[in-house]
Design a protein around this ligand. Sequence first.
Ligand code: ADP
Ligand code: MG
Length: 311
Amino acid sequence: MESFGRVAVLYGGPAGEREVSLESGRNVLEALQAQGIDVVGIDAMPGTLPAQLQASGAQRVFNMLHGRFGEDGVVQGCLETLGLPYTGSGVLASSLAMDKLRSKWLWHGAGLPTPEFRIVRGETADWTELVAVLGLPLMVKPIREGSSLGISKVNALEALPAAVAEARRFDDTVIIERFIKGQETTVGILERQPLPVIRLETAREFYDYTAKYLADDTRYLIPSGLGETVERRLQELALQAFDALGCSGWGRVDFMVDEAGQPWLLEINTVPGMTSHSLVPMAAKAAGIDFATLTRRILAGAQCQMQARAG
Ligand SMILES: Nc1ncnc2c1ncn2[C@@H]1O[C@H](COP(=O)(O)OP(=O)(O)O)[C@@H](O)[C@H]1O
Ligand SMILES: [Mg+2]
């Protein structure tokens, strides 16, 4: 087995997804420990992280921080500066993937399908015109958040201003997206290889925070039931979307597939969940990769991009 030296698992952090990150991080930490790897956990906070890392004696980092600070390029920049190899995407790709607006612009520019949208920067907009262009229902999203926090599905024009105000609690910039009626799917990526497609079924209006973490009636289907052609298309698009943002290591690409079987890109998660409900471990398992092997392979892919370029 490879020798990794001392490994720090970063978890917790200041973001809205702190609780999820703690759970993901503990799972990873236990799995690495059980394989005899020398591992320490760090509840990573801005300001103290560089000192925490140096005090830990870590030689390599498994980043399990979700959301802002840990998933958006900030921690990645700190790790580059300290010269510590870390799992997942580098600075630029992490920042881009955390920003749904910039991700969509890049995909659009690269000719990849993502639902039509409009940007709302202030508190007001011409709601009637937005609805005329994008139709109803609509999805309203803060551009830099995760776990469906601040996201709503809007079924009526009158509900739009309140949904935008809610999204603005999480970010000054909000996007309003055409609603794609159809099936929800996600594709995990490990070492630039797409994992089996998962289709999600929820009795709720969409895959919201409750459906993700609390409900026990959310269904996960592998194989997805969408057929081989659509699955292959989803895997191909997932990798293209991953490459368009310059992602590396591992990640997870979220899609809606419309009723004609056309996939639409929603977002990329560069630090996907590793909880007992989480999707990448589920897809890996379907590909014959158990949780321990998954964590070890992600860790083996850790790099410091400045060193990779220099070397
Ligand atoms: N354009 C859309 N059409 C239909 N459903 C959507 C659309 N955008 C998002 N959703 C629903 O909202 C969920 C969360 O959206 P997503 O963009 O993946 O943000 P998050 O970062 O919070 O996961 C999706 O998993 C899906 O259920
Ligand atoms: Mg998502």
